[in-house]
Design a binder for this molecule. Structure first.
Ligand SMILES: [Zn+2]
Length: 328
């Protein structure tokens, strides 16, 4: 077994057989260990410190209707933070899609008794789209299943667009202030590029599966991803105790926003939820009866579409689909 040392400061590095890049825990320098990666392309979103996250937790308790009433019985058990690596990049997709949508067409007429009547029938409408856009994708650079709150973290990241800092440019002093445990990167740039192209096609396909009743032709190509880089996102979990049970809240490290949470349910809330469940069953029953009576294909189409969007091992997600005009 070979011992790895930091290129910049010589400190020993923790390296596993899957490690692609090892960030030195003393000086923050990213060391290339295996696979295809350019250390200059690794950026970090600076995190708040532990005390600020504790404060953010208590602020969130103050602003939560249910938690506020039990705040004196809440106790923080542990606060855990780390940076998780994600691959980010832009993929240009272009091509043709032909699809069919069944639509209801109605007309009113006057019958022989002089009454106004409505007559409806289903028609198939054919559409053609020329797809030409750039998708911004982000996906985990780790192989394991995503943990609680990660989807919310990525959504919040795309909304807030926090500033990145190239890791190689961080001085040791600056690193000392920002340092947190960094989860290992296990997927290199070549693999990430491959996954991005596949996922970009899937994103477009899923978009049409959810709005069309039938896709007649799907001829969309994805270009080589651009501006591909690795971003380390800080995520904090606050574990807290209430009446012998442990709950947790997840916070975005860059702005201390609570993005996901498990919470004790108050007696009042529980009663409300039960009421909601009963109401939900009623609406569901009425809704499906109604849906069946008008033969709504769209409803089942939407459900299928949503389900398929969530599939995919690597789990790249679209952050924003921006239409970009391309000349020539
Ligand atoms: Zn070092």
């Amino acid at each position: 077994m070979m011992a790895y040392k930091c290129e910049r400061c010589g400190a020993p590095l923790e390296v596993s057989p899957e490690t692609i890049v090892a960030v030195c825990s003393y000086c923050g320098y990213p060391n290339h260990i295996s696979g295809n990666i350019t250390v200059e392309n690794i950026a970090l979103i600076p995190s708040l410190d532990k005390n600020s996250i504790a404060k953010a937790f208590w602020d969130s308790v103050e602003h939560d209707f249910d938690l506020k009433r039990i705040r004196d019985s809440i106790e923080i058990v542990e606060i855990e933070g780390y940076y998780t690596p994600y691959w980010v990049g832009n993929v240009h997709v272009e091509g043709d899609v032909d699809y069919t949508v069944r639509e209801e067409e109605c007309e009113t007429y006057t019958d022989s008794q002089g009454n106004t009547q409505t007559r409806c029938h289903t028609v198939e409408k054919h559409y053609h789209d020329y797809v030409n856009e750039v998708l911004r994708l982000i996906g985990s650079a780790r192989r394991q299943v995503r943990s609680f709150g990660v989807d919310d973290l990525l959504r919040h990241y795309s909304k807030t667009k926090p500033a990145e800092k190239p890791l190689v440019k961080l001085g040791e002093g600056e690193w000392e202030k920002l340092k947190l445990e960094i989860l290992n990167t296990e997927i290199d740039e070549n693999q990430a590029r491959l996954m991005m192209r596949e996922d970009a096609i899937d994103v477009i396909r899923n978009r049409y599966s959810s709005k069309a009743d039938r896709i007649d032709r799907f001829d969309v190509r994805a270009d080589e991803p651009e501006n591909v880089h690795l971003v380390l996102l800080p995520m904090w979990t606050v574990y807290y105790k209430f009446e012998n049970s442990i709950y947790h809240s997840v916070f975005a490290g860059w702005d201390g926003k609570r993005i996901a949470s498990t919470e004790p349910m108050s007696t009042l809330r529980r009663a409300e939820y039960m009421g909601g469940v009963v109401l939900g069953i009623l609406i569901g029953a009425i809704g499906s009866a109604y849906g069946a009576s008008i033969a709504s294909y769209a409803l089942s189409g939407i459900a299928l579409g949503l389900g398929s969007v969530l599939s995919g091992y690597f789990g790249f997600k679209v952050l924003e689909g921006q239409r970009i005009e391309r000349g020539g």
